[in-house]
Design a protein around this ligand. Structure first.
Ligand code: FAD
Ligand code: AMP
Length: 473
């Protein structure tokens, strides 16, 4: 191990490991310190996203979707599969294998790029020195020209429901259940709560989500959120809004006390998932004599280029402002690497796509209708339902819509919102269009293959000008 680096990255999640690889591509000598240890005791690269976040949640969403298909959907295609049996431990094993393959892939990429993986804790000292404490062994001081902090985030705990990972779980625990609980409560109907709730609802749990806000998915365009809620409730998930959880008691079951507009309420469940958001992870990150500026919510303070208040020290990903999304962190990591070598890297924060991987999926980029209204921006809207596309019908997924908003005078696309099949893939076209400052007319004049789901995007763009073909405008 060397003690001198051009760049030391603390944290090997999608922000840190991507930044590290880009630094190495640009000829810099890079060391990455990461302290993550998985359940079998092995250190593992990839941070929250690969180990306990994006990837394992999608693996279980995909498995539970296959189960649902086998149980309820294949018969209508003329495929009889007999009685369907669920093997949850195998589902978890497959999820673990997906994670191991991907995290192993990053290890190979580090090798190929000659990046040193330092397994243990990193702490920022003065003068761009870093204290590295290996999992086994003594602390040592490393020197770097540049330090990138990419320490990510951890789940927020609430006093009313302390997590024990037995009966009261956070997302880590919700990804490890080996039996389907009869009844599951979820505190927080946000992205993670809805994804975890969907997995266990599909596998047979009676899922009730308790959300503090009065509005369902307040950050999502309200028309899209309304349609999504209808679908989730049709699937059996119960969504209760305006709930203030006061207390939870553990016995044979978990008894949750909460208040809503009707007064005091109680809910009995077998497992309770707490998914009320995540907080930036800065525990034991800086030495006492390092004056790293954080904001009032604990995020490391950075400018548009992810520079902290300390020259040569950068911060990227969930530990800084902006959406807590893997791809946002990765872009920041690449930007910082490029700026370190004097290239003009930047991140366009206006075109970061969001996705919720439920069924139907929800995806969006840009402004919501409510934000355009409150800003007084003149706009035109085009919507198109998947039910009118041949492909969604052939797939038996005629649910949801595409909604496009464009500036009323310039026609520039301001926001694209999708709820429906494969929204996560369809949003890519919208992001590209907005990145290139496209007009709705540009999308309307772009040829879309038939029959595809993307025809709904095409028709929504035509609908902005009142000329969708397969719809009465
Ligand atoms: P992290 O991935 O959190 O990585 C930080 C790493 O730094 C960790 O390995 C940590 O152990 C290490 N570390 C922290 N402090 C130190 C230290 N002092 N010394 C050494 N190491 C340290 N995002 C999406 O875009 N799409 C999704 O589908 C999605 N699904 C999600 C599902 C779940 C259940 C969860 C929990 C999150 C999901 N996210 C998703 C969010 C995504 O995981 C995060 O936005 C992303 O992981 C942030 O990346 P990061 O590199 O900033 O930090
Ligand atoms: P996300 O950040 O998308 O995972 O969403 C977290 C959700 O949890 C948001 O919808 C919050 O409104 C909700 N939330 C936060 N605190 C509480 C709480 N104490 N009780 C219920 N819901 C909460």
């Amino acid at each position: 191990m060397s003690s001198n680096y051009d760049v030391i990255v603390i944290g090997a999640g999608p922000a840190g490991y991507v930044g590290a690889i880009r630094c190495a591509q640009l000829g810099l000598r890079v060391g990455v310190i990461d302290e993550f240890v998985r359940k079998d005791g092995e250190p593992s690269l990839g941070g929250t996203c690969l180990n306990v976040g994006c990837i394992p949640s999608k693996a279980l969403l995909d498995s539970s979707d296959e189960y649902l298909k086998a149980e309820h959907e294949l018969a209508s295609h003329g495929i009889k599969v007999g009685s369907v049996e669920l093997d949850v431990p195998q589902m978890i094993k497959r999820k673990d294998k997906v994670v191991q393959d991907l995290t192993g892939g990053i290890k190979q990429l580090f090798k190929a790029n000659k990046i040193e993986w330092l397994q243990g804790h990193g702490k920022l000292l003065a003068d761009r020195k870093v204290e590295f404490t290996p999992h086994k062994g003594k602390a040592q001081t490393l020197d770097a020209e540049h330090v990138i902090l990419a320490t990510g985030s951890t789940p927020i705990d609430i006093g009313a429901a302390p997590v024990d990972q037995e009966q009261v779980l956070n997302s880590d625990g919700a990804l490890e259940l080996t039996e389907v609980p009869k009844r599951m409560g979820v505190i927080g109907a946000g992205v993670i709560g809805l994804e975890m709730g969907s997995v266990w609802n599909r596998l047979g749990s009676k899922v009730v989500l308790l959300e503090a806000q009065d509005t369902f998915l307040a950050a999502v365009d309200s028309q899209i959120a309304k349609e999504a809620r209808k679908q989730f409730e049709a699937q059996g998930m119960e969504i209760r809004l305006g709930c203030r959880v006061k207390d939870s008691r553990k016995g044979k079951t978990v008894s949750i006390h909460y208040e809503d507009t009707d007064g005091k309420q109680n809910l009995q469940v077998d497992k309770l998932v707490v998914s009320v958001g995540r907080r930036p992870h800065t525990d034991n990150l800086t030495h006492d004599d390092v004056d790293l500026l954080t904001d009032e919510r604990g995020y490391v303070h950075v400018n548009d280029y992810c520079e902290t208040n300390i020259p040569g020290v950068y911060a990227v990903g969930d530990v800084v402002r902006g959406p807590m999304l893997a791809h946002k962190g990765s872009e920041e990591g690449m930007m910082v690497a490029e700026r370190i070598v004097g290239q003009p890297g930047e991140v366009n924060y206006e075109t970061i796509p969001w996705v919720i991987y439920t069924d139907p999926e929800i995806a969006w980029v840009g402004k919501t209708e409510a934000s355009l209204k409150s800003a007084g921006t003149p706009y035109r809207t085009g919507t198109f339902g998947f039910a009118a596309t041949g492909r969604a019908r052939a797939m038996d997924k005629p649910v949801g819509m595409v909604k496009i908003m464009a500036h009323a005078e310039t026609d520039r696309i301001l926001g694209v919102h999708i709820v429906g099949p494969q929204a996560s893939e369809l949003i890519g076209e919208a992001v590209l269009a907005m990145e290139y400052a496209a007009s709705a007319e540009d999308l309307a004049r772009t040829i879309h293959a038939h029959p595809t789901l993307s025809e709904a995007v095409h028709e929504a763009a035509l609908a902005v000008d009142g000329r969708a073909i397969h719809k009465a405008n």
